[in-house]
Ligand binder design. Structure first.
Ligand code: FAD
Length: 391
């Protein structure tokens, strides 16, 4: 059978593209490896930048998010035993919307399927064919049968562990890669938040973070040494380090049952160009940014908006946006990569006091400038809340 666009992957990128195509009357089929229930429960991101929220809202996809998500316009550094409030909303006039990724995915799946959108969950063996012809195809297995969809275009939205990126030819693709050389332990605790928002602990023992999620659940992160696994972090060690890195005398950390404990890959990559023939990548299939500055889902949404617009323009007779799609996405990708890298130096290098006192003192100097200079704070705030400038 035939469709206009085959979308591989039902994460934020693929679901946004599929919804927008559907709304524009462009036929598409969405293919997802996992079950619908699984993607609707997978906890990952939480912080969505205001421009992305408004982008969803303007496209008719953000109603529940805007109605339900608490908004954050400040966070707290905990540094040198003291709390330092950082009010980025005052400087930028913008906020984060705190909405767990699985809720956004649930909303987007419902909007797509309620509108009659065609989705196939639990597919396997996805393969792409004839990408440089006018009629590429996707083959896959589902329900025990083999299927083939011929189409005009393929949107590769299958994330960092998907297959579509592998179809970019190595001769014409550059994959830039950066490894932070540390790990992050991502934790979810059944504990009420210890503060009304985000705490970043900048500490000689390593970085620690607290993120209020719901009245009963809090996300925490702990910097770990490279190569450490979940087994190296029994609950007792987790809480000892969270208290050491995040608690201050007038701001204790509330403990609870740990319901997720997962070491994250702390590395980044960007593939350029994000397209080959009739295949266009969007989101983490094209670029991964470690969750240091909570940028990944925002970038996935940015790509999805641009890709859907480009497909719409193509079917209205103008292919210039499709030709320029990768070049339109990449400047923001690199701004966010650069910001994450810069923030990583502050977050992670204060822990280097023993082995690399130079790096540690540089990180502390940056920290003091950020807290003491309004100009430095404004520049930081602009990138922390995201896409403000014309990069
Ligand atoms: P994904 O969400 O990974 O979706 C890809 C989909 O493709 C998945 O459903 C997958 O099952 C499917 N798939 C994979 N392979 C195949 C295949 N072969 N065939 C068919 N389907 C396939 N970002 C933020 O902006 N803010 C945050 O606060 C934030 N916090 C994070 C915290 C954690 C712990 C983690 C891990 C990430 C965080 N991120 C954050 C990053 C964010 O979760 C990702 O950037 C986002 O999910 C990317 O969306 P995507 O649609 O590109 O990819």
């Amino acid at each position: 059978r035939r469709t206009a666009v085959a979308v591989v992957g039902a994460g934020p990128a693929g679901l946004t593209v599929a919804n927008l195509l559907r709304r524009a009357g462009i036929p598409c089929v969405l293919l997802e490896r996992e079950s619908r229930a699984f993607v609707e429960q997978r906890p990952r991101a939480g912080f969505i930048e205001e421009w992305a929220v408004r982008g969803l809202e303007q496209r008719g996809l953000g109603e529940r998010l805007v109605a339900k998500a608490p908004q954050h316009a400040e966070f707290e550094f905990r540094f040198a035993g003291r709390r330092h409030r950082f009010r980025y909303g005052d400087v930028t006039g913008q906020r984060h919307f705190v909405y767990p990724q699985q809720l956004l995915v649930t909303d987007l799946v419902a909007q797509y399927t309620d509108a009659g959108g065609e989705a196939v969950f639990e597919v396997s063996d996805v393969e792409l064919h004839d990408l440089t012809s006018d009629s590429p195809a996707v083959t896959f297995r589902a329900g025990g049968d083999e299927h083939r969809i011929d189409c005009d275009f393929i949107a590769g939205c299958d994330g960092a562990r998907g297959v579509t990126q592998g179809y970019l030819p190595p001769e014409t693709t550059v994959k830039a890669h950066h490894d932070y050389g540390i790990g992050w332990l991502a934790l979810l605790a059944e504990a009420p938040p210890s503060a009304d928002g985000v705490l970043f602990g900048i500490h000689p023992r390593g970085f620690g973070a607290h993120m209020a999620r719901t009245p009963d659940v809090t996300r925490f992160y702990l910097q770990t040494a490279a190569g450490e696994t979940e087994a190296d972090w029994p609950d007792e060690r987790v809480w000892r380090e969270l208290q050491a890195r995040l608690a201050v005398p007038d701001g204790p950390i509330t403990e609870g049952r740990l319901i997720e404990k997962r070491v994250l890959d702390m590395h980044n990559y960007v593939v350029e160009p994000m397209a080959h023939g009739r295949l266009y990548l969007a989101g983490e299939s094209a670029h991964l940014v470690a969750p240091i500055a909570a940028k990944g889902m925002n970038l996935a949404l940015h790509d999805a908006f641009l890709l859907a617009e480009a497909f719409e323009a193509h079917y209205a007779g103008d292919s210039a946006k499709l030709a320029g799609y990768s070049a339109a996405c990449l400047p923001l990708v690199w701004q966010y990569q650069e910001f994450s890298q810069w923030l990583s130096d502050i977050f992670h290098h204060t822990a280097a006091t023993g082995e690399n006192p130079f790096q540690a003192r540089i990180a502390e100097a940056r920290m003091r400038r950020l807290l003491g200079s309004p100009a430095a704070a404004a520049a930081f705030a602009e990138l922390y809340i995201g896409k403000n400038a014309d990069f």
